[in-house]
Design a protein around this ligand. Structure first.
Ligand code: UDX
Ligand code: ADP
Length: 479
């Protein structure tokens, strides 16, 4: 089956970059990314490619090359569905905020709407691809909806989860560890659909890295991969608390662990807590699925990963309060970093939101600086929590576009994202302009401990012996 037109429903963090790379690598295939959000589509079409709605290193150049040639962004969802032989569904699947499964299950409202729209528009056979992360067996629900229109159109449903991580999306797409394609591999039509998608990726991904499975394995693998990754972060974060009590250093422990080839060195960086749109949502979803099958022990096991992460965010904020003599009321605290990790403007589930919210409850006066996150986004993240009025959020938290201004006259600085530029700052200058004692809470273990202590800061790092002091021989040790 030859694919000439691809449609992707959803121009978000997954759909946008993925389709840009497909278009770049397959110049003979027309790729149309559609979205109901007009503002987002017009940003993707902005004449200056640096103003596209998603910040990802390398993405603007790819969009500049392919856009208008074979990559299109449009709000004409029906038109794009009609024309395409292959349709990717890449819409949001947030945690349900109402009804059965509230706070745990994935909300499949948008997926269902897409399926209904496809069923209504399609006049010829289509391959439908689940790109969004979905609960296992969603493909069966999609099939039910698609086949109940009675218009004779045949569909093949494939699961092709995306493993890209934000901030490295382009590299991950160009050079993936593996591409996973789940399909109805027991039937000829199913195999043909799987092959059609394999042929798209085979233009730039070595065949041995393209893995085909049945649909359910593919759906579950994505949830499992995210759960394992999040579990590693929670495991090292659990150890960070023990390190602080015992005089061990979490970086040294992580290094010792990571050199065991069975464990591996990646994803062992202790932090203020993981964020992002996937980890929490996917684990909650996994917990919900396990519970719905009566697998309570399995559910409890995975839920602990989230409990540990919430604890890590909370204890970081509590440590700021405790260290600042048990009160932050009326004290200026500079928050450096609002995105959930470096090199992205995405703030979903960012630890910064929860730390700031907790400090605002304690009447702190916060000033936020992030190199890529817009002011409106910071306020909308806080307003979404609904902890206090919008006015109170704007009164007690300010957003600055200058890190030195943000830190001026502050009682403390909290580093919540590992942006590399933070390391390069003139910390002597920052120190001079702060109130003393000048506290820095490094939620990412980013800063050079000895240098910060030499300048005069009181530094609190994650998973390091507390408090840290520089010894006469210039080594940093627990006192
Ligand atoms: C994740 C998965 O990595 C990706 O494969 C999947 O497709 C989507 O979810 P993403 O959420 O973009 O990607 O970022 P990731 O790099 O996994 O980081 C998630 C969070 O964990 C971030 O807040 C990050 O700062 C934190 N983290 C990660 C740590 O605290 N320590 C680590 O060692 C690694
Ligand atoms: P992700 O990180 O998974 O890419 P995003 O929230 O960034 O998620 O993007 C999902 C996009 O899907 C949003 O821009 C949203 O407007 C779009 N979307 C949701 N439902 C539909 C729909 N029925 N038709 C078209 N676009 C949709």
């Amino acid at each position: 089956m030859e694919i000439k037109n691809i449609c992707c429903i959803g121009a978000g963090y997954v759909g946008g970059p993925t389709m840009a790379v497909i278009a770049q690598k397959c110049p003979d295939i027309n790729v149309t990314v559609v979205d109901i959000n007009e503002k987002r589509i017009s940003a993707w079409n902005h004449e200056n490619v640096n103003n596209i709605p998603i910040y990802e290193p390398g993405l603007s150049d790819i969009v500049a090359e392919a856009r208008g040639r074979n990559l299109f962004f449009s709000t004409d969802v029906d038109g794009a569905i009609d024309k395409a032989e292959m349709i990717f569904i890449s819409v949001n699947t947030p945690t349900k905020t109402y009804g059965i499964g509230k706070g745990m299950a994935a909300d499949l409202k948008w997926i269902e709407l897409c399926a209904r729209q496809i069923a209504c528009i399609a006049k010829d056979d289509k391959i439908i691809i689940e790109k969004s992360t979905l609960p296992v067996r969603t493909a069966a629900a999609l099939k039910d909806i698609l086949y109940n229109t009675g218009n004779g159109v045949k569909y093949q449903i494939l699961s092709n989860p995306e493993f890209l991580a934000e901030g490295t999306a382009v590299q991950d797409l160009l050079n993936p560890d593996r591409v996973l394609i789940g399909g109805d591999i027991d039937t000829e039509e199913g195999l043909e659909a799987v092959k059609a998608l394999c042929n798209v990726y085979a233009r730039w991904v070595p065949e041995k890295r393209i893995l085909t499975t049945n649909v359910w394995s593919s759906e579950l693998s994505k949830l499992t991969a995210n759960a394992f990754l999040a579990q590693r972060v929670s495991s090292i974060n659990a150890m960070s608390e023990l390190c602080e009590k015992t005089g061990a250093d979490v970086n040294e422990v992580a290094k010792a662990l990571g050199m065991d080839s069975r464990i591996g060195s990646k994803f062992l960086k202790s932090s203020v807590g993981f964020g992002g749109s996937c980890f929490q949502k996917d684990i909650l979803n996994l917990v919900y699925i396990a519970k719905s099958f009566g697998l309570d022990e399995v559910a409890d096991y995975w839920e602990q990963v989230i409990i540990m992460n919430d604890h890590q965010k909370r204890r970081f904020a509590d440590n700021i309060i405790k260290t600042l003599f048990n009160t932050v009321s009326g004290k200026k605290i500079a928050v450096l970093g609002w995105s959930f990790k470096k090199d992205t403007n995405d703030t979903r589930e960012s630890a910064a939101i929860y730390v700031a919210d907790h400090l605002l409850n304690e009447e702190a006066e916060i000033v936020v600086y992030d190199p890529k996150v817009e002011k409106d986004q910071v306020y909308s993240d806080l307003d979404y929590l609904n902890t206090r009025s919008k006015e109170a959020n704007r009164k007690n938290l300010k957003v600055s576009n200058d890190p030195y201004d943000a830190c001026k006259d502050a009682h403390a600085i909290a580093i919540l994202t590992e942006w590399e530029e933070f390391v390069e700052y003139d910390w002597e200058k920052i120190y001079e302009n702060m109130l003393k004692p000048a506290f820095v809470f490094d939620g990412r273990n980013l800063l050079d401990v000895k240098e910060m202590l030499r300048i005069g800061f009181v530094l609190k790092s994650i998973g390091k012996p507390q408090p840290i002091k520089v010894m006469a021989d210039n080594t940093a040790l627990a006192s």
